[in-house]
Design a protein around this ligand. Structure first.
Ligand SMILES: [Zn+2]
Length: 437
């Protein structure tokens, strides 16, 4: 499809993690952005404005953005999508009780078919929140990837390998299956966490990462207890341990990163690792508050994730952005400590870079067309004193008018275009949890 957006405000990435807005039009040809520039009365004059050598494609659609905002889609940099079936099923428990007594016994009953349908429910929710790709850790990565490819959604899969499920050999197999499945799907090496994984398995992960030249991702220092027990077992922190095993030759990072010590920050700096913060999950499970300002001050890359829908319980990057910002401020008791631009950068480009999706990080010629339209004609986005601040502090998923992934509009004006009837997806989700004991 060739799609021309005109009369748009277009969010552009500037230096030092800041943004500016240009008014004009944006052209999508196939899966890519081919032009961002000034408004033109017609497609033909737009072609002239674009300069020599630029021909306006034959348009399948021309969309009047009516002054609304086009911006890069949000990147949900840590989630467990298929956990949609456990949303609001078992809440208000400490992390270990919640995991061991509620989550693990029911996850053990999931079939591959279940996981497929539960993924699609999650993908629908992502689209309504302007999320155009997820960094997903769950059972059956090829099934998760197929659900994404079938609906047109972009996904990066990692492994949740631990002592209770999976092998390094299976991860290597999944790496190839998912990377080769579709141009929407990719795979990066990972495992669940230090506290669920033996040293022998972790050594196997490190070897595989070196063989595949892959980064490594893992839940890291989510709770105070996790770090204390790791130090009791090994005398060092989870970051020191994983680094000492040779995990990070090709980069990677950690999910949560709440209880960090000086040496952990140094390792993240030295290895060029990324910290993904998951503020709603950390609040709901009473895990703690991520030291966001220290990561930023130390020049460590950051991204934002929702974590799974059983521990959040929603997949909404607006809520995560607001919490990332306000928790950082209250942790430091300093309202100046982080800017709205920095937070928006984490939620878009920061996530893209963490997920090795550099061609999805911004709206520029040659980038993939992973684009959302934000409805500015709603009271919570007015006046337009500062659109970036409006997005972070007063924005909401109600403002997401359109979500495009890889040049295809998958969600527009509350309607899904993913090849499935939403009622069928809801029926599957309720049936799956309904038969569990
Ligand atoms: Zn998680």
């Amino acid at each position: 499809m060739n799609i021309r957006f005109y009369n748009a405000k277009i969010l552009q990435t500037a230096e030092n993690h800041t943004f500016h807005i240009v008014e004009g039009e944006l052209w999508v040809k196939g899966d890519s952005i081919v032009y961002v520039g000034e408004n033109s009365a017609t497609a033909e004059t737009a072609a002239e404005n674009a300069g020599s050598g630029k021909e306006a494609p034959a348009w399948d659609r021309e969309i009047d953005a009516a002054g609304n905002l086009l911006m890069p889609g949000f990147k949900n940099a840590h989630t467990h999508t298929a956990m949609t079936f456990l949303r609001s099923y078992a809440d208000d428990l400490p992390l270990q009780d919640w995991l061991n007594q509620q989550v693990f016994p029911r996850e053990g009953q999931l079939t591959e078919d279940d996981v497929y349908w539960l993924n699609i429910l999650g993908i629908m929710e992502y689209l309504t929140s302007g999320i155009t790709s997820n960094f997903d850790m769950y059972f059956f990565p090829p099934v998760n990837a197929k659900a994404s490819a079938d609906t047109g959604f972009r996904t990066v899969q990692t492994s949740g390998l631990n002592n209770y499920g999976g092998t390094v050999e299976l991860m290597e197999e999944n790496y190839h299956i998912v990377n080769e499945l579709s141009d929407l799907t990719s795979f990066i090496v990972g495992f669940h966490a230090e506290y669920t994984t033996s040293k022998e398995l972790m050594e196997g992960v490190a070897k595989l990462a070196q063989k595949l030249k892959s980064p490594v991702w893992v839940h890291n220092s989510e709770t105070k207890l996790e770090v204390a027990e790791c130090k009791e077992r090994w005398g060092i922190t989870p970051t020191q341990l994983t680094d000492s095993l040779g995990m990070y030759e090709y980069g990677g990072g950690g999910y949560h990163c709440v209880w960090f010590e000086d040496s952990d920050f140094e390792i993240f700096q030295k290895r060029n690792l990324t910290a993904v913060t998951n503020p709603a999950s950390n609040l709901k499970l009473a895990s703690g508050i991520c030291p966001v300002k220290r990561f930023v001050d130390n020049g460590i890359s950051m991204a934002i994730g929702t974590d799974g829908p059983a521990s959040n319980n929603c997949l909404d990057m607006f809520r995560e952005m607001f919490l990332t910002s306000t928790l950082a401020k209250v942790r430091e008791m300093d309202a100046e400590c982080i800017s709205a631009d920095e937070i928006l950068y984490m939620a878009t480009a920061g996530g893209a870079h963490a997920m090795l999706l550099d061609d999805c990080d911004s709206l520029a010629e040659g980038k993939k067309a992973d684009i959302i339209m934000i409805d500015l004609q709603q009271p919570n986005m007015q006046p337009e004193n500062n659109i970036v601040k409006n997005l972070v502090y007063s924005g909401s998923k109600q403002n997401v008018k359109m979500t495009m992934v890889n040049g295809k509009i998958l969600y527009e004006d509350n309607q899904f275009n993913i090849g499935f009837d939403k009622k069928e997806i809801y029926r599957h989700a309720n049936e799956i949890i309904g038969r569990m004991k």
